[in-house]
Design a protein around this ligand. Sequence first.
Ligand code: NAI
Length: 318
Amino acid sequence: MNNIQRKVVIVGAGAVGATYAYALSQSGLAEEIVLIDKNEDLVKGQVLDLLHGQPFIPTVKIRAGSSEDYTDARMIVITAGAAQKPGETRLQLLQKNAGIVKSISREIVEKKSEGLILVVTNPVDIMTYVAIKETGWDRHRILGSGTVLDSARFRHLLSQHCGVDVHNVHAYILGEHGDSEFAAWSLTNIAGMQMDQYCPLCNNCIDWKSVRKNIEQNVRKSAYHIIDAKGSTHFAVGLALVRITASILRTQNSVLTVSVLLDGEFGLSDVYLSVPSIISDKGVVKIMSTSLLPVELRLLEKSATILKEAINSLTSEQ
Ligand code: NAI
């Protein structure tokens, strides 16, 4: 055990894992970044490529590792798995990736890790559920990247449409990280003004109701559009992962729409879903029981039903 306090282990050195490592290395957040992949040549190449950038970034150790590194990792970030193919839904990835996440989780337990697990592999809500079932850990220690990325896409589109700096647009996508996700319009605001107040005052669109629908639809389809165009999505998710990492390593108590295990919140249990939660050095320290509109609650329930059905299909086939 080498007692490195800010050691981040990334399992899966493909497009997402490597982009996250690249962004993380520049952030100054981690003391050590360890990459693991079943493809040893790939890890070797990624590590060398990252190391050659060291003169230009804050001091950080970067190396290839093994499961031994789980023991003293502060965070283990799982990006290992097959990526979404053009036209493939995240749920279709389910069976392929569940086996991978299960075996990684088993090794993490064997190595007596005391860190946190952040799952990114898709379908992320179900993979995070697989990880908690396999480890038996407390729910605050295992989270999924959830809709942090989707909320960023939502904020970007609103910012473009409204002509307002993205940092002043507060907006959340909730539910499944996938086709049943939805925009929580009741929580969306610009300069503290809810959209129902803001839209009628703004002259940027004539039919703001249909604009909203288009924006929400665009967020939902973003991953498909990018995958069709270039094969995978990795830049924005890499940054979203750095944002979550910052909240953990710096105890920022940030409100992020990570995927969390619900246990009665919003009347739902035994399912991982994205809702606004406070993220700190202990992981998920608080799930915000935000008041949602009845229509939004129904959409959250719909996501939960879809994910539970997928989980059931998984357990019955394994
Ligand atoms: P990729 O194919 O480029 O990389 C995956 C890597 O995992 C490969 O290098 C592969 O060798 C490795 N791997 C597979 N099994 C392994 C095992 N048992 N142990 C160690 N390494 C293993 O795929 P990409 O594009 O990096 O995507 C990774 C995952 O992240 C996919 O499931 C993808 O759908 C998901 N993703 C999630 C997002 C989110 O917001 N949650 C956004 C974008 C992608």
